[in-house]
Design a protein around this ligand. Structure first.
Ligand SMILES: *Cc1c(COP(=O)(O)O)cnc(C)c1O
Ligand code: SF4
Length: 341
């Protein structure tokens, strides 16, 4: 083994600082353009143009979709479907009762020791299954003083600050650095966790400035990526993840009908994640959010899939199958493995 002589130097980003903002600005928001980029005609898909949750898909993500395939698992995650307007019993605007977890503007607290800071109100991609698609972001906008930090500073039981959104990496490097440095100054915070889909859809987001500010923190940094399918990991993604290799990298997926409700797909996802330096963390049951019922997978199917995965993967490549039930002290583990036989 090589001697331990202090932290390794920060890995370099392969991209210039402003590339990702250019990709953000060029993201596809027009249905016809998306369909033409993936060589599909409108009669092959059940897409709709009118929706209160706009189509939004960055081009580096679209480039990984298979041409001419209306069932492509990446396309399905971004294509507004006619099924979204179906009104389904039990599906609501705020099924996780997040409004009751708000402790301050932009700050959600559900679990002991950790708080979730809504650092940005938007995302680089609009995922059709999004559980926060109806979230009132405008009520939670943080100005550049990040007033929610005062509440964190005032509560020494908080060990971990989770930056979420929206997508916290939507903030410009300078703004993100200012936020992270101020969290870094709070003594009782031990970990900073970032939940993001930006390196998935625009790998160029992993800039040198982003790596440097995270590497400068006294706290441990955990980055939870949101990959749902192995086809999402292309060469640029793998380069971005390599540049983040000094941090703890975990992945959270949502189990989605027609996208990844298949043991082969989930096994391949775990394999590719690990090859890119990421450990699977959660496989989430979809939440009962209005407009997303067509993605639902039943609990029985989910457990069966999870068992099939377990029969093929080492334990450390198994994500925990979880569901969020409002009011519980933790995400609820759907224990599919205790009665394996
Ligand atoms: C999901 C969630 C967390 C994180 O839960 P972990 O089990 O620690 O991953 C924290 N805060 C809020 C408000 C959440 O919704
Ligand atoms: S990145 Fe996450 S928060 Fe943003 S639209 Fe997708 S699922 Fe929703």
């Amino acid at each position: 083994m090589p001697p331990l002589d202090g932290p390794a130097p920060a890995s370099a980003s392969p991209w210039p600082a402003e590339d990702w903002r250019r990709e953000l600005a060029r993201a596809v928001t027009d249905l016809e353009e998306l369909l033409s980029l993936v060589a599909l005609s409108a009669d092959r898909v059940d897409a709709i143009r009118e929706t209160d949750f706009a189509l939004r898909a960055p081009r580096p993500y679209i480039a990984r979709m298979r041409l001419g395939d209306p069932d492509d698992p990446l396309l399905r995650q971004v294509l507004p479907s006619a099924q979204e307007s179906a009104s389904v019993g039990g599906y609501g605007m705020d099924p996780l009762r997040e409004s009751s977890a708000v402790v301050d503007a932009g700050l959600l607290r559900k679990y002991q020791g950790r708080v979730l800071l809504i650092a940005a109100g938007a995302c680089a991609v609009n995922c059709r299954y999004c559980f926060r698609r109806h979230f009132p972001y405008t009520e939670h906008r943080q100005d550049s003083n990040f007033p929610a930090l005062e509440a964190i500073r005032g509560d020494s039981t908080i060990r971990e600050v989770i930056l979420s959104g929206g997508d916290p990496l939507m903030l410009k490097d300078s703004h993100f650095a200012a936020l992270v440095r101020r969290i870094g100054e709070i003594d009782h915070v031990r970990r900073v966790r970032i939940h993001t889909r930006l390196p998935v859809v625009i790998p160029q987001r992993v800039t040198a400035a982003l790596i440097d500010v995270l590497a400068s923190l006294r706290q441990q940094v955990v980055i939870v990526l949101h990959f749902n399918h192995g086809n999402e990991l292309d060469r640029d993604c793998i380069r971005a993840l390599a540049a983040l290799g000094r941090f703890t990298l975990l992945n959270q997926s949502v189990l989605l009908r027609g996208v990844n409700d298949d043991a082969d797909a989930l096994v391949e996802l775990s394999e590719r994640l690990f090859a890119a330096g990421i450990l699977p963390y959660y496989l989430h049951m979809p939440d009962a959010v209005a407009g997303t019922a067509h993605f639902d997978v039943s609990e029985a199917e989910a457990k069966a899939l999870h068992r099939r995965m377990a029969a093929r993967l080492p334990g450390y490549l198994m994500p925990r199958l979880v569901r969020e039930t409002p009011g519980k002290p933790a995400k609820e583990m759907l224990d599919s493995l205790s009665n394996f036989i």
